[in-house]
Design a protein around this ligand. Structure first.
Ligand code: MG
Ligand code: MG
Length: 255
Protein backbone atom coordinates (compact mmCIF):
# COMPACT_ATOMS: atom_id res chain seq x y z
CA UNK A 1 0.00 0.00 0.00
CA UNK A 2 1.30 3.44 -0.90
CA UNK A 3 1.00 5.93 1.95
CA UNK A 4 0.60 9.56 0.92
CA UNK A 5 2.32 12.01 3.29
CA UNK A 6 0.83 15.29 4.45
CA UNK A 7 2.73 18.53 3.87
CA UNK A 8 3.57 18.60 7.59
CA UNK A 9 4.97 15.08 7.37
CA UNK A 10 7.03 16.02 4.33
CA UNK A 11 8.51 18.94 6.29
CA UNK A 12 9.39 16.50 9.08
CA UNK A 13 10.96 14.13 6.54
CA UNK A 14 13.06 17.04 5.28
CA UNK A 15 14.54 17.37 8.79
CA UNK A 16 15.46 13.66 8.75
CA UNK A 17 16.81 14.10 5.24
CA UNK A 18 19.06 16.93 6.36
CA UNK A 19 20.68 14.68 8.98
CA UNK A 20 21.42 12.25 6.15
CA UNK A 21 22.84 15.04 4.01
CA UNK A 22 25.13 16.22 6.80
CA UNK A 23 26.39 12.70 7.53
CA UNK A 24 27.16 12.01 3.88
CA UNK A 25 28.95 15.32 3.50
CA UNK A 26 31.01 14.63 6.64
CA UNK A 27 31.83 11.02 5.69
CA UNK A 28 32.65 12.05 2.12
CA UNK A 29 35.02 14.74 3.39
CA UNK A 30 36.68 12.30 5.77
CA UNK A 31 37.21 9.69 3.05
CA UNK A 32 40.88 9.91 2.19
CA UNK A 33 43.80 7.62 1.38
CA UNK A 34 44.58 5.52 4.45
CA UNK A 35 41.26 6.15 6.19
CA UNK A 36 39.37 3.00 7.14
CA UNK A 37 35.72 2.31 6.35
CA UNK A 38 35.06 1.82 10.07
CA UNK A 39 36.35 5.34 10.69
CA UNK A 40 33.83 6.67 8.16
CA UNK A 41 31.07 4.74 9.95
CA UNK A 42 32.12 6.49 13.17
CA UNK A 43 31.91 9.90 11.47
CA UNK A 44 28.34 9.09 10.46
CA UNK A 45 27.51 7.82 13.98
CA UNK A 46 28.71 11.13 15.42
CA UNK A 47 26.34 13.07 13.14
CA UNK A 48 23.42 10.85 14.17
CA UNK A 49 24.18 11.31 17.86
CA UNK A 50 24.53 15.09 17.59
CA UNK A 51 21.19 15.27 15.75
CA UNK A 52 19.40 12.98 18.22
CA UNK A 53 18.61 10.65 15.32
CA UNK A 54 18.81 6.87 15.06
CA UNK A 55 19.97 4.51 12.34
CA UNK A 56 17.51 2.52 10.23
CA UNK A 57 20.52 0.54 8.89
CA UNK A 58 21.97 -0.69 12.18
CA UNK A 59 20.50 -4.09 13.00
CA UNK A 60 18.44 -4.14 9.79
CA UNK A 61 17.80 -7.67 8.64
CA UNK A 62 15.85 -8.16 5.40
CA UNK A 63 14.95 -11.69 4.31
CA UNK A 64 18.09 -12.13 2.16
CA UNK A 65 20.50 -11.17 4.95
CA UNK A 66 22.23 -13.83 7.06
CA UNK A 67 23.03 -11.37 9.86
CA UNK A 68 21.69 -8.01 11.08
CA UNK A 69 23.55 -5.12 9.40
CA UNK A 70 26.32 -4.14 11.84
CA UNK A 71 26.84 -0.47 10.92
CA UNK A 72 25.03 2.84 10.28
CA UNK A 73 26.71 3.36 6.90
CA UNK A 74 27.06 1.22 3.78
CA UNK A 75 30.54 1.64 2.28
CA UNK A 76 30.99 -0.08 -1.07
CA UNK A 77 34.44 0.04 -2.71
CA UNK A 78 35.25 -0.43 -6.43
CA UNK A 79 33.43 -3.57 -7.70
CA UNK A 80 31.07 -3.48 -4.71
CA UNK A 81 27.76 -2.00 -5.89
CA UNK A 82 25.80 -1.53 -2.66
CA UNK A 83 25.39 -2.86 0.92
CA UNK A 84 29.13 -2.88 1.68
CA UNK A 85 29.85 -3.45 5.38
CA UNK A 86 32.37 -0.99 6.85
CA UNK A 87 35.52 -2.93 7.78
CA UNK A 88 39.10 -2.14 8.78
CA UNK A 89 39.91 -1.81 5.06
CA UNK A 90 41.92 1.36 4.50
CA UNK A 91 41.08 3.35 1.38
CA UNK A 92 43.71 3.41 -1.36
CA UNK A 93 44.58 6.01 -3.95
CA UNK A 94 42.05 5.84 -6.78
CA UNK A 95 39.39 3.78 -4.96
CA UNK A 96 35.81 4.41 -6.05
CA UNK A 97 33.73 4.63 -2.88
CA UNK A 98 29.93 4.59 -2.62
CA UNK A 99 28.41 5.70 0.68
CA UNK A 100 24.76 4.95 1.45
CA UNK A 101 23.25 6.31 4.64
CA UNK A 102 19.91 6.56 6.41
CA UNK A 103 18.67 8.43 9.47
CA UNK A 104 15.46 8.29 11.47
CA UNK A 105 14.36 11.50 13.18
CA UNK A 106 10.98 12.20 14.77
CA UNK A 107 9.76 8.87 13.43
CA UNK A 108 10.61 9.67 9.80
CA UNK A 109 13.38 8.17 7.66
CA UNK A 110 15.70 9.74 5.08
CA UNK A 111 17.90 7.71 2.72
CA UNK A 112 20.61 8.96 0.34
CA UNK A 113 23.84 7.84 -1.32
CA UNK A 114 26.89 9.40 -2.96
CA UNK A 115 29.84 8.05 -4.92
CA UNK A 116 33.31 9.57 -5.01
CA UNK A 117 36.92 8.80 -5.80
CA UNK A 118 39.57 8.78 -3.09
CA UNK A 119 42.85 10.40 -4.14
CA UNK A 120 43.69 10.61 -7.83
CA UNK A 121 40.66 9.70 -9.97
CA UNK A 122 40.66 7.72 -13.20
CA UNK A 123 38.68 9.51 -15.92
CA UNK A 124 36.54 6.38 -16.42
CA UNK A 125 35.46 6.50 -12.77
CA UNK A 126 34.58 10.19 -12.95
CA UNK A 127 32.45 9.49 -16.01
CA UNK A 128 30.69 6.62 -14.23
CA UNK A 129 29.91 8.76 -11.17
CA UNK A 130 28.82 11.72 -13.27
CA UNK A 131 26.44 9.43 -15.17
CA UNK A 132 24.97 8.05 -11.92
CA UNK A 133 24.28 11.62 -10.81
CA UNK A 134 22.81 12.48 -14.19
CA UNK A 135 20.56 9.39 -14.04
CA UNK A 136 19.41 10.43 -10.57
CA UNK A 137 18.68 13.96 -11.78
CA UNK A 138 16.69 12.57 -14.73
CA UNK A 139 14.71 10.31 -12.39
CA UNK A 140 13.94 13.23 -10.09
CA UNK A 141 12.91 15.39 -13.03
CA UNK A 142 10.40 12.69 -14.03
CA UNK A 143 9.02 12.49 -10.46
CA UNK A 144 6.09 14.82 -11.11
CA UNK A 145 2.34 14.60 -10.64
CA UNK A 146 0.78 13.25 -13.84
CA UNK A 147 3.69 10.92 -14.58
CA UNK A 148 3.91 7.27 -13.55
CA UNK A 149 6.55 5.15 -11.83
CA UNK A 150 7.55 3.83 -15.26
CA UNK A 151 8.48 7.35 -16.34
CA UNK A 152 11.01 7.60 -13.51
CA UNK A 153 12.37 4.13 -14.32
CA UNK A 154 12.61 4.94 -18.01
CA UNK A 155 14.39 8.24 -17.36
CA UNK A 156 17.01 6.54 -15.16
CA UNK A 157 17.47 3.56 -17.47
CA UNK A 158 17.85 5.71 -20.58
CA UNK A 159 20.74 7.68 -19.08
CA UNK A 160 22.52 4.52 -17.83
CA UNK A 161 22.06 2.46 -20.99
CA UNK A 162 22.75 5.48 -23.18
CA UNK A 163 26.20 5.72 -21.59
CA UNK A 164 26.78 1.98 -22.07
CA UNK A 165 26.57 0.95 -18.42
CA UNK A 166 24.94 -2.05 -16.80
CA UNK A 167 22.05 -1.91 -14.32
CA UNK A 168 21.86 -4.55 -11.57
CA UNK A 169 18.52 -6.25 -12.04
CA UNK A 170 16.19 -6.51 -9.06
CA UNK A 171 17.55 -3.61 -7.04
CA UNK A 172 16.23 -0.09 -7.21
CA UNK A 173 14.43 2.67 -5.36
CA UNK A 174 11.47 2.48 -3.01
CA UNK A 175 8.80 4.36 -1.17
CA UNK A 176 9.97 5.74 2.16
CA UNK A 177 8.37 7.26 5.23
CA UNK A 178 8.12 5.86 8.74
CA UNK A 179 9.81 2.78 7.31
CA UNK A 180 12.94 2.83 5.20
CA UNK A 181 11.40 0.53 2.58
CA UNK A 182 7.76 1.14 1.70
CA UNK A 183 5.67 0.67 -1.44
CA UNK A 184 6.03 1.31 -4.30
CA UNK A 185 9.22 -0.13 -5.77
CA UNK A 186 11.01 2.23 -8.15
CA UNK A 187 12.92 0.19 -10.76
CA UNK A 188 15.99 1.65 -12.46
CA UNK A 189 14.72 0.64 -15.88
CA UNK A 190 11.22 0.45 -17.31
CA UNK A 191 8.62 1.51 -19.82
CA UNK A 192 7.34 5.07 -19.86
CA UNK A 193 3.66 5.63 -19.16
CA UNK A 194 3.36 2.41 -17.14
CA UNK A 195 2.90 1.70 -13.46
CA UNK A 196 1.46 3.60 -10.55
CA UNK A 197 0.41 7.23 -11.21
CA UNK A 198 2.48 9.71 -9.17
CA UNK A 199 0.53 11.83 -6.69
CA UNK A 200 1.14 14.76 -4.38
CA UNK A 201 2.43 13.36 -1.08
CA UNK A 202 4.27 10.32 -2.43
CA UNK A 203 7.83 10.15 -1.11
CA UNK A 204 10.34 8.01 -2.99
CA UNK A 205 13.98 7.06 -2.61
CA UNK A 206 15.32 7.18 -6.16
CA UNK A 207 18.63 5.37 -6.54
CA UNK A 208 20.37 4.45 -9.79
CA UNK A 209 23.18 1.87 -9.55
CA UNK A 210 25.53 1.57 -12.52
CA UNK A 211 28.04 -1.10 -13.55
CA UNK A 212 30.95 0.22 -15.61
CA UNK A 213 31.45 -2.94 -17.70
CA UNK A 214 27.98 -2.71 -19.22
CA UNK A 215 26.81 -6.11 -17.94
CA UNK A 216 24.05 -6.47 -15.35
CA UNK A 217 25.23 -9.46 -13.32
CA UNK A 218 26.11 -9.30 -9.66
CA UNK A 219 26.64 -11.66 -6.75
CA UNK A 220 26.68 -11.65 -3.01
CA UNK A 221 30.07 -11.54 -1.30
CA UNK A 222 30.83 -14.13 1.42
CA UNK A 223 29.70 -11.62 4.08
CA UNK A 224 26.13 -12.15 2.82
CA UNK A 225 25.55 -8.42 2.35
CA UNK A 226 27.92 -6.82 -0.16
CA UNK A 227 26.80 -7.05 -3.78
CA UNK A 228 29.69 -7.19 -6.25
CA UNK A 229 29.71 -6.95 -10.03
CA UNK A 230 30.15 -10.26 -11.85
CA UNK A 231 32.43 -8.73 -14.47
CA UNK A 232 34.73 -7.25 -11.82
CA UNK A 233 34.31 -3.69 -13.11
CA UNK A 234 33.51 -0.79 -10.83
CA UNK A 235 30.07 0.43 -9.82
CA UNK A 236 28.56 3.75 -8.76
CA UNK A 237 25.43 4.58 -6.76
CA UNK A 238 23.54 7.85 -6.25
CA UNK A 239 20.37 8.34 -4.23
CA UNK A 240 18.02 11.01 -2.93
CA UNK A 241 14.79 10.92 -0.96
CA UNK A 242 12.29 12.94 -3.00
CA UNK A 243 8.77 14.15 -2.23
CA UNK A 244 6.37 14.46 -5.15
CA UNK A 245 4.37 17.64 -4.76
CA UNK A 246 2.04 19.75 -6.85
CA UNK A 247 4.86 22.31 -6.94
CA UNK A 248 7.29 19.72 -8.35
CA UNK A 249 9.81 17.30 -6.87
CA UNK A 250 11.31 18.32 -3.52
CA UNK A 251 14.68 16.76 -2.68
CA UNK A 252 14.53 16.04 1.07
CA UNK A 253 18.16 14.89 1.30
CA UNK A 254 19.60 17.81 -0.70
CA UNK A 255 23.16 18.69 0.34
MG1 MG B 1 20.16 4.17 0.55
MG1 MG C 1 17.32 3.37 -0.62
Amino acid sequence: MVELKTDTSIDAMYEAGQVVARALTAAGKAAGVGVSLLELDQVARDVLREAGATSPFLGYRPSFAPTPFPAVLCASVNDAIVHGIPTKYRLRDGDLLSLDFGAKLGGWVGDSAISLVVGRPRPADLRLIETAERALAAGIEAAVVGNRIGDIAHAIGSVCRGAGYGIPDGFGGHGIGRQMHEDPGVPNEGRPGRGLPLRHGMVLAIEPMLIAGGTDGYHEAPDGWTLRTNDGTRAAHAEHTVAITNAGPRILTER
